[in-house]
Design a protein around this ligand. Structure first.
Ligand SMILES: [Zn+2]
Length: 175
């Protein structure tokens, strides 16, 4: 996986496309959390669920259909009443894109198993043909190693730079 920080990049980049006067701030925080949340599935390792299992790491919880469902639940819970100027479908779309971006980014990493992007309809694990993002080590100690430096560099180049550019373009378009 890219680091949890890098997974925030798409959620942040999309803000200018969805921001409207009066939009509740918590939607952006929720977007960032939704973008990082699929990696909570590493708990599967502790529970003895094998990596390649449909419910293992990068399985169902990393899929696009699951992102659609999760975004619907979060939007319904976070916005039980309509928010003026920010409809629930709009909230759902933002949260869906933020959540789905996680698996799509993971599929561009250079290690681990692929991502079950279409689970539960298709259990196969997918990678993009081009996988420039270095897999992030787990834990702060590992991050302070030479491998950690390589990961940070690859995330700057292949995650933060493209999404900062996208965010800037969306921001200019929105103005
Ligand atoms: Zn992941």
């Amino acid at each position: 996986m890219p680091s949890a920080l890098a997974h925030a990049a798409p959620a942040l980049a999309l803000i200018p496309a969805f921001a409207r006067p009066g939009a509740p701030r918590r939607i952006w925080w929720l977007g960032v959390m939704c973008a990082a949340a699929p990696d909570l599935d590493v708990i599967a390792f502790a529970l003895g669920v094998p990596y390649a299992h449909p419910l293992g790491h990068r399985g169902l919880w990393h899929s696009v259909p699951f992102a659609a469902l999760a975004a619907g639940c979060v939007a319904a819970l976070a916005f039980p009443r309509p928010v003026p100027g920010f409809s629930r479908p709009r909230a759902w779309l933002y949260l869906f894109l933020a959540t789905a971006s996680h698996g799509l980014l993971d599929a561009a990493t250079d290690g681990g198993l692929g991502v079950a992007l279409l689970a539960p309809f298709d259990p196969r694990r997918y990678f993009w043909p081009f996988r420039p993002i270095a897999v992030s080590p787990i834990g702060v100690d590992a991050f302070l190693s030479a491998r950690g430096v390589a990961v940070v560099w690859s995330e700057l180049l292949w995650v933060w730079l493209p999404f900062a550019t996208l965010g800037l373009l969306l921001w200019r378009r929105a103005r």
